[in-house]
Design a protein around this ligand. Structure first.
Ligand code: FNR
Length: 367
């Protein structure tokens, strides 16, 4: 697949098995508790499991005899030109997966022309991540108990060139993951606070608490961040149409349909089920992104056909990073893009504009 996301279907680069191989390799390379930290879901992992399987309950209604001699994936997201609608989701502490952490991920995003969303909880100071890759990037914000700390971080993200903020709304408290209980990794303070250290007085006793998510924030945080940054603010973690509308009415420039990859509220509805309701409620007012369990071109195709502007992938990037650093992340992104191109061609779609809801039909996930 050419790196600009345009051109003939390249069947030689359809290495979707790369994703499974990366995870196997990550499981072999990483200490068990680190692998579990990345892989785990909350509670009984019902939502983690359904996040994957829910996509598989859609079936495709392909068109025939369409010219699919070339399939084009480029698109624009809030003004950022990207080579494909596959976006790197914000995932914390990538330094645990690979020594180069977010720097390698940023280089991979640049090499593939992909949009990167960088976590507040990165293992690498955000300026260094921004300098590592030339791709457009968004900054994911956890509104922290110390509002001033939050603002300092946002100001730095703006200076470093972030094109939008992604306010995560589903994490007033961090979900409890049974899998990691017992051998739970203790993220050391110097790792947890890497982005914040420069704003903290040496020896500040409550630093860790100040940097925790503030559970009292409300919809007003959207306009607060938009005004402070001058950037568009997307809200991540939306699973209902009425909530999406409330976020837009409060000033959001877009929403990300997400249950945090099954890591927050177990038995929260799968994104694949929530997506059509949110798309309908938003009614074209703003971009709707979606993540959770997207592991193939078909998953991407279903999401885009249901009306998503783009998809985000979390763990596939982490596993690629753990397995092969920058090259591993490139491989994962290329595999997804090549697979999407292939299934679009077989569906009779030569561009993202050709994807619409008539192309998919839902079977029941609940039966
Ligand atoms: C996450 N996610 C996440 N989201 C966020 O807004 N801020 C964050 O710091 C993190 N950190 C994080 C760490 C790890 C290890 C994972 C797996 C996930 C959620 C992430 O952005 C995304 O919603 C999910 O990962 C999507 O699901 P998949 O693609 O991992 O199935």
């Amino acid at each position: 697949m050419p790196t600009d996301g345009r051109g003939p279907v390249d069947r030689t680069s359809m290495t979707l098995t790369a994703l499974a191989e990366h995870e196997d390799k990550a499981a072999a390379l990483l200490p068990a508790e680190v692998y579990d930290y990345f892989a785990a879901g909350a509670g009984a992992e019902t939502t983690l499991h359904e996040s994957r399987t829910a996509w598989e309950h859609y079936r495709v209604r392909p068109r025939v005899l369409r010219d699919v001699g070339r399939v084009d994936l480029p698109t624009s997201l809030l003004g950022a030109e990207v080579s494909s609608p596959v976006v790197l989701a914000p995932t914390a502490f990538q330094g645990l997966a690979h020594a180069e952490g977010e720097r390698a991920t940023a280089r991979a995003a640049a090499a593939t022309g992909s949009l990167l969303a960088l976590s507040t909880r990165s293992s690498t100071p955000l300026e260094e991540v921004a300098a590592a890759g030339s791709a457009p990037w968004w900054f994911q914000v956890y509104a922290m108990r110390d509002r001033d700390l939050t603002l300092r971080l946002v100001e730095r993200a703006v200076s470093a060139g972030a094109r939008a903020l992604v306010l995560t709304g589903d994490t007033p408290y961090v979900g409890i993951k049974r899998r990691v209980t017992g051998t739970r990794i203790a993220i050391p303070d110097d790792h947890f606070l890497v982005n914040l250290q420069q704003h903290l007085d040496p020896g500040r006793a409550d630093a860790r608490r100040a940097a925790e998510q503030d559970p009292t924030i409300t919809l007003e945080a959207i306009s607060w961040l938009a005004e402070a940054s001058g950037l568009p603010v997307l809200v991540k973690g939306v699973l209902r149409g009425d909530e999406a509308v409330a976020c837009l009415d409060a000033g959001a420039a877009g929403v990300v349909v997400s249950n945090h990859g099954g890591r927050q509220l177990d038995r929260a509805v799968p994104s694949a089920i929530a997506l059509p309701e949110v798309v309908d409620a938003v009614a074209g007012r703003a971009p709707v992104l979606v993540d959770g369990g997207i592991r193939s071109g078909l998953d991407c195709l279903v999401a885009l056909a249901l009306g998503a502007s783009a998809v985000m992938v979390g763990r596939p990037v982490v596993w690629g990073l753990a397995a092969g650093g920058e090259a591993g992340v490139v491989e994962a992104l290329e595999a997804l893009r090549a697979d999407l191109t292939h299934v679009m061609a077989l569906t009779g779609a030569a561009s993202l504009a050709d994807l619409d809801r008539s192309l998919v039909t839902a079977t029941s996930i609940w039966s």
